[in-house]
Design a binder for this molecule. Structure first.
Ligand SMILES: C=CC1=C(C)c2cc3[nH]c(cc4nc(cc5[nH]c(cc1n2)c(C)c5CCC(=O)O)C(CCC(=O)O)=C4C)c(C)c3C=C
Ligand code: FE2
Length: 455
């Protein structure tokens, strides 16, 4: 944790760099803002061409004017990886990878390359010699599609799937004995209609930013670095966050039109963050201390059916009002739901089969999770129906106690999930801890993501 942080997100370990000389006023979320950059990095992470050089011959900004949000920049280093308690950005590009090599050394080299590249990308800089600094006989080091764009609050979060440890009974990289008990394959949940091509993965990268082109550029270039070692198994673009992860963020709406994220775990809830988010050495695998687990589920919303439901039915299905997001038992958006308060007919005002009734900690042994999902659309399906929904992302310390029972209850009995939602993709990943501030990246001796797993 760095003292330079402004203190509004006390447990956030990823947002610490001081504003550069071309910065505007620091925003209130612990990030720093810089004038647009995407400057070519000379000689690796950290050595950037200054703003003066940019002004004297740099590239034109890719957006006519950059908003304060797009000028945000988060530090790659931290006790925990960025992109977890970081204030949820508005855009996401997620990719799951199959590792195609049998070589442990090549896998480690990929993690080294990804680490160094992620740290560079998060500063808004180009990779390597950029788009114009390299040999005319070789492809440029950076694809260039984000050249001229600011960092845009980019965070890059890496995860390891169960099949990285053991696949078809084989200990692929000599790490089977390091697979955490928490990283077990998810069970089949009632109603799941999973597609193999949207499920699983040996590795994952979550790139979030406030500019979709910046998030996409990150995944594209990291995938490119993986050539011959890992290939994209599936990917998802998300627009519109469906959660708030800090108190100063407003609650967004999901594609059902409801406020989503009201009762989320937030960075400021430090006691619950320690209890429900971060793994500790005592949890079983020391290399995961400071890490967490990520559940990703692609949940299609049957929009045409939902849109024909009356307002009363929609609200009873969720357990909250559509306008303010208040619980049906009364109060405002942030009033605690009262699941026992009866209505005129004597039954609870919040139906027992509503989403909130089944997802609330009181129905789940007190369990909480940090939700960080996104709205998505893939256009229309073959019948012209909206192909859209919620790309559910949740970070949790122990999936077995905090996620599986809740998902089982929701999938079996929640009116919203049973009637209006179809799970089409699913995956789980171990998200290793971050790299402490000051640690050198790159080369043969630099720190890299997941290093504890291999040493
Ligand atoms: C297994 C966990 C969950 C899945 C899957 C899930 C899917 C899902 N949720 C919505 C919309 C809303 N969810 C809301 C609250 C809420 N949801 C979960 C968990 C899952 N949701 C939790 C733990 C909670 C908080 C419950 C509480 O403590 O009160 C809400 C209400 C607003 C809010 O608190 O965020 C909405 C709306 C959709 C559309 C969806 C899948 C498509
Ligand atoms: Fe939910």
């Amino acid at each position: 944790m760095d003292d330079a942080r402004d203190g509004t997100t006390p447990d956030q370990d990823d947002a610490v760099t001081e504003p550069a000389s071309d910065a505007t006023d620091a925003p209130e979320d612990g990030s720093s803002r810089r004038g647009f950059s995407r400057r070519a990095v000379l000689g690796g992470a950290g050595a950037v061409v200054g703003a003066a050089a940019l002004a004297g011959g740099g590239f034109a900004a890719g957006r006519a004017t950059a908003s304060p949000v797009q000028l945000r920049q988060y530090d790659f280093h931290g006790e925990h990886q960025s992109g977890i308690v970081t204030p949820a950005q508005d855009r996401m590009h997620f990719a799951a990878f199959d590792v195609t090599t049998d070589s442990r050394d090549e896998l480690i080299q990929l993690l080294r390359d990804w680490t160094e590249a992620a740290a560079t990308l998060m500063t808004g800089s180009e990779l390597g010699t950029g788009i114009a600094g390299g040999s005319a006989l070789a492809p440029p080091d950076d694809t260039g599609d984000a050249t001229g764009l600011p960092a845009s609050g980019l965070t890059i979060t890496f995860g390891f799937g169960p099949t990285l440890f053991v696949k078809d009974g084989e200990d692929r990289f000599g790490i089977a004995d390091r697979q955490p008990a928490q990283l077990a394959e998810l069970p089949h949940f009632p109603g799941d209609t999973l597609q193999e091509r949207l499920t699983g993965g040996d590795l994952c990268i979550q790139a979030c930013a406030d500019d979709p082109q910046v998030a996409m550029h990150a995944i594209r270039n990291l995938s490119r670095l993986a050539f011959g070692v890992a290939s994209v198994r599936w990917a998802q673009l998300g627009f519109g966050r469906t959660s708030s992860t800090t108190r100063d963020q407003s609650t967004p709406r999901n594609l059902m039109g409801f406020k989503d994220g009201t009762a989320n775990l937030r960075a400021e809830d430090t006691d619950n963050i320690s209890k429900f988010l971060w793994s500790e050495a005592a949890d079983g695998q020391e290399w995961m201390a400071g890490g967490t687990y990520l559940v990703a589920r692609k949940l299609r919303i049957l929009a045409e059916i939902w849109d024909r439901a009356s307002l009363g039915e929609q609200e009873a299905t969720v357990g909250r009002t559509k306008g303010s997001g208040a619980p049906l038992s009364g109060g405002n958006e942030f009033t605690e739901p009262d699941f026992t308060r009866p209505g005129a007919d004597g039954t609870p005002l919040i139906p027992t089969d509503s989403h909130v009734a089944l997802a609330h900690p009181s129905a789940n042994g007190g369990a909480m999770m940090l939700r960080r999902g996104y709205n998505y659309t893939d256009g229309a399906d073959d019948l012209g129906r909206l192909d859209a929904g919620l790309f559910f992302l949740a970070f949790i310390r122990d999936p077995e106690t905090q996620y599986i029972p809740m998902q089982t209850a929701i999938s079996s009995s929640d009116a919203m999930t049973v009637e209006y939602v179809r799970a089409v993709g699913s995956a789980i990943f171990a998200v290793p801890p971050g790299i402490p501030a000051g640690a050198t990246l790159g080369g043969d001796s630099g720190a890299y993501i997941g290093q504890g797993l291999f040493t």
